[in-house]
Design a protein. Structure first.
Length: 318
């Protein structure tokens, strides 16, 4: 190499004949002050000296910060062997799950089916409204069968969380699944007057857009694949859509209260074993409060997840 040394600007070179064979390709790293060359032995054993010649060359000096004598090297090797043995013992104690691949296959298929179902809902609604020019009022009659299927299947998410098949907390899953199914089956499914209202379109549309990113994200996670744009969408799209979906559900419930009051459907009158009168519209008013509390619980849960997946990574201390 060319450099400025004791003899001024010059070309400097050196040659070392090692005691035993070394790897032919050393690793070089240049800094502002020096050039570091790391040479790896072909066989990891102790050398009596560095070079074949017994007398050490004058230009070689040991770095005592890295110096190891034979006893230190043996101790270091022994520690590495003990660490490897302990690691193998720990791994052998962990019971292997014989159904691991079966569980993974089930989760992949579940998320794939849900993704296809909500994709069908989203595409169908988009084409009918924006291309065919259909109105909001027939959304339920054209989409309800598929929505019934997807939301009934979503009950498996509660079961998956209960049996530990997924690490998702139970309460947010229960709040979302039962909240949606209450609106779908109890409010919309039981009242024909509600099925032709425009709010149905917004409820189904907000639900489907959210799931278009959630289910493929979980499907890819099952097989160890992370696609950063999808991760960002999964933990960002819900910010506007989740409150809008909750608002649409609240509007739906408010619109249904006069109908339930007029028809008396699901109301419990006297006489009955409890000897009390329970008006279903009053239950819906209580449910409205629970709905906004549920939105808050899930919003808080999703916000924590977003910080965990998209927030700044903490640097490890060296």
């Amino acid at each position: 190499a060319q450099g400025h040394g004791a003899k001024g600007d010059n070309i400097y070179e050196f040659e070392i004949e090692f005691l035993e064979p070394v790897e032919p390709k050393p690793v070089c790293r240049m800094t502002q002050r020096q050039l570091n060359i790391t040479v790896q032995k072909k066989e990891s054993n102790w050398w009596e000296r560095l070079t074949k010649q017994e007398k050490r060359p004058l230009f070689l000096a040991p770095d005592f910060d890295r110096w190891l004598d034979e006893s230190d090297a043996e101790m270091e090797l022994k520690e590495k062997e003990e660490e490897m043995i302990n690691k193998m013992k720990i791994e052998s104690r962990v019971p292997k799950d014989p159904f691991k691949h079966l569980k993974k296959g089930y989760l992949v298929m579940y998320n794939l089916v849900q993704f296809l179902g909500f994709s069908w809902i989203f595409v169908n609604m988009t084409v009918r409204l924006f291309i065919l020019g259909k109105s909001f009022y027939d959304t339920f009659h054209t989409i309800s069968d598929m929505m019934y299927f997807c939301q009934t299947l979503a009950l498996m998410e509660i079961m998956n969380s209960l049996i530990g098949l997924v690490r998702s907390p139970l309460i947010p899953s229960v709040v979302q699944v039962f909240g949606r199914n209450f609106v779908l089956f109890v409010i919309l499914g039981s009242l024909e007057e509600m099925q032709s209202k425009p709010v149905v379109f917004f409820i189904f549309y907000f639900w489907s857009i959210t799931e278009l990113f959630r289910y493929p994200y979980y499907m890819l996670s099952c097989i160890g694949i992370e696609w950063k744009p999808l991760t960002w969408l999964r933990y960002s799209v819900w910010i506007p859509l989740y409150p809008l979906g909750g608002l649409a559900e609240a509007v739906c419930i408010v619109q249904s209260i006069p109908i339930f009051s007029e028809t008396g459907k699901f109301s419990l009158g006297l006489p009955n074993p409890l000897n009390v009168t329970i008006q279903f519209p009053f239950v819906l008013q209580i449910y409205l409060i629970a709905l906004f509390l549920g939105v808050f619980v899930n919003f808080r849960h999703l916000y924590k997840q977003r910080k965990q997946h998209l927030g700044p990574k903490k640097r490890k201390m060296k």
